[in-house]
Ligand binder design. Structure first.
Ligand code: GCV
Length: 708
């Protein structure tokens, strides 16, 4: 029988059928550690040394990762000398080198080639175990990419965390990659080995914390059984430098503690939270703290008792303070009862509270003032609260951006926000400088990414969605990093460093975000997605209970024109920006195409800089977006020789769906705008495939990721 199988395998190989062993399913992410080209293998170190007395689990994890990587990359252990790992405090060999680690802080690292005893040694040194771990991953990355190994780097942002919107029943709000990876039911008895790979992947990017549960939180996650489960996860993540945090439900003292109120100024409520914090730290000694969504979209909060957000945040901060924990208090707040432009409400609510938050509170602000749209201007709170650490929240999962089906590289979206100049303290007051604390001298800094991770074998629902997790981590480490460099790096690690592949793929990734903006919400339009699930176009919806849930609220289109007037003649959202930014957004001519209809309501015949009308330009942008995706498909077809069959085919399938959905977006949107303005399409632009009624009738009751 065995002989027969052998003959069959040999026959399959002779026939040239795919070798399944070589197929990849994307589980390994960017940590594939494939054998390097023969010439490079000799340079892979052959030995890894840590001090025999070393006890820091992070240094030991670094050692194990290097063993694993070197063995795989060299096809045995390489001959490129020894790697010495450690901190001057715990390693005599590192101490003897008298390296300058002064500016590296707790988490930075130095990778350096030195000669000791006449032999070349690669040293990975840091002031703490986390730095050693990050340095080890940097060394591996550089070897994989064929780069010189020396590097000196320290993170610019202190808290680099994922926010899981994962529910206790394993559903994931806005998740498109299967169930939650947190198997709450079987924890703490069974710790899925996958948690280790999750931690390795995050550590390789420098992500040092994770919020395990949805911001739409259940109080149950704070009960003793669930704290034991969270503690089990924390035990797995700790050797990889990751802290565990929890989303806290503000009304937990009522729901769990039997109190009659959750008023943050009530002494019994304060005592309840203090006792709860003490209980948490007994089981998770390095617990990171709480993330809170309060008084937003139906969540309870301090406003229920006439108290401010600062009152609520400070009460939790006080409970965590003795243990060194932090509160991440979200500024994603808007009220259906408030007639003010939704884009203005968070600023109106939070700016007056600047300076009132306790020192261990960060206010967590989404990148734009509405909600993770394909393109938004930067949130006006950035630069407006100099006395409060502002943490930036990006969404890695693509709730409004084609789920895990569309290839959209978010590195470019993240970098666009980070490099935006708020002008708050004069030119150069970029969002990245608000976030890294350098603008206003904050040491407590943070960046959060709403995770796109699930139980799918490829973690994120598609190979290219892994790039968005990767880009978040790299930009959280260095908010000034180039999105293009990060894309090329990811492509090199995930597929091949061959420039004939990595370059065109990086080009494709960089073009993908603008393509999506073009076919979904061009020229500054926003929030035109289907109700609830946010899949596909529904610009016609205008009958939902809350005004600001309706697409019509955002586009304000009629027979005469389109766009939201946020100038001083309209909602005056421009007035929330600092001088030069406000002046730029105040006039269509200076706003620029990207945010035109976000800030201005304009007639369909408005003349654009090139001479075409707004209507013609709008249609051309939709057409451009669809054409771009068709181009991505053709490019991917040409890259087939570089990619294994499994990953190539899945990507090709998804690009086909993306092209169909881009056309759907374009056709449905154009059909709807035309039903309002009665205009002809510009020459050469095709008629929508179906009448408007067809698009309006489409329903998606089982679309993934819906809140429940
Ligand atoms: C977790 C949007 C999403 C919600 C999400 C909310 C938030 O409204 O649609 O699913 O809730 O943002 O960020 O809190």
């Amino acid at each position: 029988m065995r002989a027969l199988v052998g003959v069959l395998c040999a026959l399959l190989l002779l026939l040239g059928l795919p070798d399944r062993a070589a197929a990849e399913d994307s589980y390994e992410l960017w940590l594939r550690y494939r054998p390097l080209p023969a010439a490079a293998r000799a340079g892979v170190p052959g030995a890894v040394a840590v001090d025999p007395a070393e006890r820091d689990a992070r240094v030991l994890a670094a050692r194990d990762e290097l063993f694993r990587a070197f063995a795989a990359m060299s096809g045995g252990m390489g001959g490129g000398g020894e790697v010495v790992l450690g901190t001057p405090a715990t390693s005599a060999r590192v101490r003897a080198l008298r390296l300058d680690l002064g500016d590296l802080g707790d988490e930075g690292y130095l990778v350096r080639r030195v000669m000791t005893g006449g032999r070349p040694v690669t040293v990975v040194a840091a002031n703490g175990g986390a730095g050693v771990l990050y340095g080890a991953f940097a060394l591996i990355r550089r070897l994989q990419l064929g780069r010189p190994v020396e590097e000196r780097s320290a993170p610019k942002v202190r808290l680099r965390v994922l926010n899981h919107w994962d529910n206790l029943d394993r559903s994931v709000e806005r998740g498109y990659a299967g169930q939650s990876i947190w198997d709450w039911w079987r924890l703490p008895g069974h710790k899925d080995p996958r948690y280790v790979d999750y931690a390795r992947a995050n550590a390789s990017l420098g992500i040092n914390g994770t919020i395990l549960n949805n911001v739409n939180a259940k109080a149950d996650s704070l009960t003793a059984p669930y704290l034991a489960k969270a503690a089990a996860v924390a035990d797995v993540l700790r050797p990889y430098g990751m802290k565990v945090y929890l989303s806290a439900r503000f009304s937990a003292p009522i729901e769990l503690g039997g109190l009659e109120t959750a008023d943050p100024l009530d002494p019994s409520v304060q005592a309840w939270w203090r006792a709860k914090a003490d209980e948490i730290y007994r089981v998770i000694p390095d617990f990171g703290g709480f993330l809170v969504k309060a008084n937003s979209e139906g969540q309870p909060g301090p406003r229920d008792y006439g108290r401010s957000h600062a009152d609520g945040a400070n009460m939790l901060a006080e409970a965590l303070r003795p243990h060194g924990g932090a509160v991440m208090w979200r500024a994603f707040v808007y009220q259906e009862t408030d007639p003010e432009d939704r884009a203005k409400q968070a600023y109106t609510e939070f700016k007056p509270q600047d300076g009132r938050f306790a020192p261990n509170v960060l206010v967590q602000v989404k990148n734009g003032p509405i909600d993770f749209q394909p393109r938004e201007p930067f949130h006006p709170l950035f630069g407006a609260m100099p006395r409060t650490p502002l943490m930036l929240e990006f969404q890695i999962t693509k709730e409004y951006l084609g789920f895990a089906t569309h290839l959209v590289y978010l590195g470019e979206l993240f970098a666009e926000t980070l490099r935006s100049d708020t002008y708050a303290r004069g030119p150069g007051s970029t969002v990245s400088r608000v976030v890294d604390g350098s603008l206003d001298g904050h040491r407590l800094t943070g960046m959060a990414g709403v995770a796109n991770i699930g139980s799918d074998r490829d973690w994120t629902g598609s190979t290219f969605d892994q790039a968005n997790w990767y880009a978040f981590g790299r930009l959280a480490w260095d908010p000034d990093a180039s999105a293009r460099t990060v894309a090329a790096e990811w492509a090199g690690l995930t597929f091949t460093t061959d420039p004939a592949f990595a370059r065109p793929v990086a080009d494709l990734m960089m073009a993908s975000r603008q393509a999506m903006v073009d076919y979904m919400t061009p020229l500054g339009l926003a929030h035109l997605m289907g109700t609830g699930h946010h899949h596909g176009p529904a610009p016609w919806v205008s009958d939902l209970a809350r005004p600001e849930w309706n697409p019509a609220y955002y586009h304000r289109a009629d027979a005469r024109g389109i766009g939201f007037d946020r100038t001083s003649k309209g909602s005056n959202a421009v007035g929330q920006y600092a001088g030069p930014a406000a002046r730029r957004f105040a006039r269509p001519e200076t706003t620029g195409e990207d945010h035109l209809l976000w800030f201005h309501h304009l007639p369909w015949d408005h003349r654009m800089p090139g001479g075409a009308t707004l209507w013609e330009t709008l249609v051309r942008r939709y057409d451009r977006g669809v054409a771009a995706v068709a181009g991505f498909r053709a490019r991917w077809a040409g890259l087939r020789p570089f990619v294994d069959a499994e990953r190539w085919s899945k990507t090709a399938d998804l690009l086909k769906v993306q092209e169909e959905e881009a056309r759907w977006w374009r056709d449905a949107s154009v059909a709807y705008w035309r039903s309002l303005n009665g205009r002809a399409l510009p020459p050469g632009s095709p008629e929508p495939a179906h009448p408007l009624e067809y698009y309006k009738a489409l329903r998606f009751p089982y679309a993934p990721g819906q809140a429940h």
